[in-house]
Design a protein around this ligand. Structure first.
Ligand code: SF4
Length: 354
């Protein structure tokens, strides 16, 4: 069965009214925000596959967790499916940025599918860690949300060795075989603070708990959380642009509230911003998740401008210039030449790579 994707018009008109408030109305715009290197690469991979092989190109699961991106790619000929057994034999299938387990890779191969692996390299890194620790007979406590595609993919690398820890509370009850051989890994898009709380509670029970060799929570997730922390306490309202199934977007709402925002909401589109959210609000913080094209943020800013919030100040806490090369299956064009975009994607606002 193909994924059921709610149909939403690409651009919807928001009609917020100017409202009287005490104080100067302004927007604090968090930076970095929006597209990360892994999302950019995955979206370009689908576009490239469509360009090269023609429609339809099948994609297992949403390529990235953003409804606008998925709808746009669908309109160009991408067909999103839940599992590879829905893809016609021999067809091209793209694996999403969240990664897949070896079982999915094998199922695609058994079906004769031509797979293009758009797994983010930073997710692949966690897969490799899982494989290595499992080989050394460690028990892996994987901090993450059960049922999330990324967690399923990582756990699938070593199912006999992985136990998922969903929350800090679960750290108090999880059981391990041998407390002297246990390591924690994590999903890439979690709250940094909550993850450290989980780790601290695990370590209180298992003092020999090993750390991952490097941060599993990726640079983009961390940077977006740092940026929203910086503006949250000054914001009467924080608006996070991102989809409901986007883990890092949902975390940004939570982090904003934890760090002092009086209110925080997530929206997919500008017309979801409610007039009553602006009652008495002088400062609006705005950010977006790692799978969100900048055009959607611009629409929110336009809507806020119409309500009198035309003073937009960007608050930048980090620079980002990371780019990943395209999946290897797409790095050469049909004549064997290295593709001009092989090493690049696009900038956060969808423009050409620098
Ligand atoms: S959020 Fe992080 S792990 Fe996920 S695609 Fe982006 S860079 Fe990769």
């Amino acid at each position: 069965m193909h994924l059921s994707i709610p149909r939403v018009p690409r651009v919807r008109q928001a009609a917020l009214q100017d409202n009287p408030v005490v104080g100067h109305k302004r927007v604090l715009l968090a930076a970095p925000r929006g597209y990360c290197a892994g999302v950019d690469r995955a979206v370009v991979a689908v576009e490239k596959a469509l360009e090269r092989y023609g429609a339809p190109v099948y994609v297992r699961k949403q390529i990235v967790h953003n409804i606008h991106v998925v709808t746009e790619l669908e309109s160009k000929g991408a067909v999103f499916v839940e599992e590879v057994d829905e893809v016609p034999e021999g067809a091209h299938v793209v694996f999403s940025a969240h990664g897949v387990s070896p079982a999915v890779v094998n199922a695609a191969s058994d079906r004769g599918l031509q797979a293009i692996d758009a797994t983010c390299p930073l997710v692949t890194k966690v897969h490799r860690e899982a494989v290595r620790f499992a080989k050394n007979d460690f028990e892996i406590l994987l901090i993450g949300h059960a049922g999330h595609e990324e967690v399923e993919g990582t756990a699938g690398e070593a199912p006999e060795h992985v136990t998922i820890v969903n929350s800090p509370d679960e750290a108090d009850t999880v059981e391990v075989r041998d407390p002297s051989k246990v390591v924690w890994l994590s999903q890439t898009t979690l709250s940094v603070d909550e993850t450290m709380e989980t780790v601290n509670r695990l370590r209180a029970r298992f003092p020999d708990l090993q750390n991952p060799p490097s941060d599993d929570i990726c640079y983009a997730t961390q940077n977006r959380q740092v940026a929203i922390k910086k503006i949250a306490s000054e914001s009467d309202l924080v608006i996070v642009v991102g989809s409901s199934n986007s883990s890092n977007s949902v975390r940004l709402v939570e982090v904003a509230l934890e760090y002092g925002a009086k209110a925080a909401y997530r929206v997919d589109y500008a017309d979801e911003v409610k007039q009553e959210w602006l009652d008495g609000v002088a400062t609006v913080g705005v950010t977006s998740g790692a799978s969100v094209p900048e055009v959607l943020v611009k629409e929110v800013l336009q809507a806020l401008d119409g309500a009198g919030y035309g003073d937009v100040q960007e608050v930048r806490t980090a620079e980002e210039d990371l780019m990943f090369s395209l999946p290897k299956e797409l790095r050469q064009d049909a004549s064997g030449q290295r593709d001009a975009r092989a090493l690049g994607g696009r900038t956060a606002d969808g423009g050409p790579a620098r």
